[in-house]
Design a binder for this molecule. Structure first.
Ligand code: CA
Length: 226
């Protein structure tokens, strides 16, 4: 899950990024409308946290632009302006939810998850593939009731592969879902995470396995005789 946070207060942006990274989400930060627009044009995000008071204008301008292009990425506006007319205006423009500053980071996470669930991305509740059960809200995975001890990135990788179970997921998409743009990606980082995840799945006799599709990416599929 990749989130764009458009926020010009550096301290708040950092706090939000740190918090959401632990969920775990891959998080990019934009400090103004132009930066936000550039990132949204270049990448695919699962949700946007949008500040209203930005140095180059009202965040709603970015929302208007997105919706005019037919982009339905869920947008949660975080605003200091809590006047009721402002909220209605934002909702009219296609804003999905809002929080009034100062907001609680736990509430932000819960609202984002609810938004992504509503947008049909199978984020909520339990997902299963073979004998692997993944609770994307709690951020844990298990096989036959035994929890899998997975670090943040292998767990994110498992989630992305499970959401596309039986289909090939491109290398680029996997890297994008695991890393923010300002994180340096070692060319072997994805392979390292895949091999850690494979090892854990094998240790627990998973009935799914990860196949490498040469030159394309990876695919999770069920194995008949594990
Ligand atoms: Ca601001």
């Amino acid at each position: 899950m990749r989130i764009l946070v458009v926020e010009d207060e550096p301290h708040l942006a950092e706090l939000v990024k740190d918090h959401l990274s632990k969920v775990p989400f891959a998080v990019d930060v934009a400090r103004c409308l132009d930066e936000g627009h550039a990132l949204l044009s270049a990448n695919r995000y699962d949700a946007v946290v949008l500040d209203r008071g930005l140095p180059d204008g009202d965040g709603l301008g970015l929302l208007r632009l997105l919706r005019s292009k037919g982009d339905a990425t869920p947008v949660l506006a975080a605003t200091a302006r809590d006047q009721i007319t402002d909220r209605i205006h934002g909702l009219d423009l296609g804003m999905d939810d809002y929080l009034v500053k100062p907001y609680d980071l736990g509430e932000l996470t819960a609202r984002l998850k609810a938004l992504m669930r509503r947008s049909g991305q199978k984020l909520g509740g339990l997902q299963t593939a073979g004998n692997v059960a993944l609770d994307t809200v709690r951020g844990s995975a298990e096989i036959c009731g035994v929890p899998l001890a997975l670090a943040r990135r292998p767990l994110m990788l498992l989630e992305t592969l499970m959401r596309a179970s039986g289909r090939v997921v491109s290398r680029q998409h996997l890297e994008e879902s695991l890393y923010g743009i300002d994180e340096l990606i070692d060319s072997n980082a994805l392979e390292a995470n895949v091999s850690r995840l494979r090892r854990t799945l094998a240790d627990h006799q998973a009935t799914v396995s990860i196949h490498a599709v040469r030159g394309v990416g990876y695919m999770l599929s069920e194995v008949k005789n594990p």
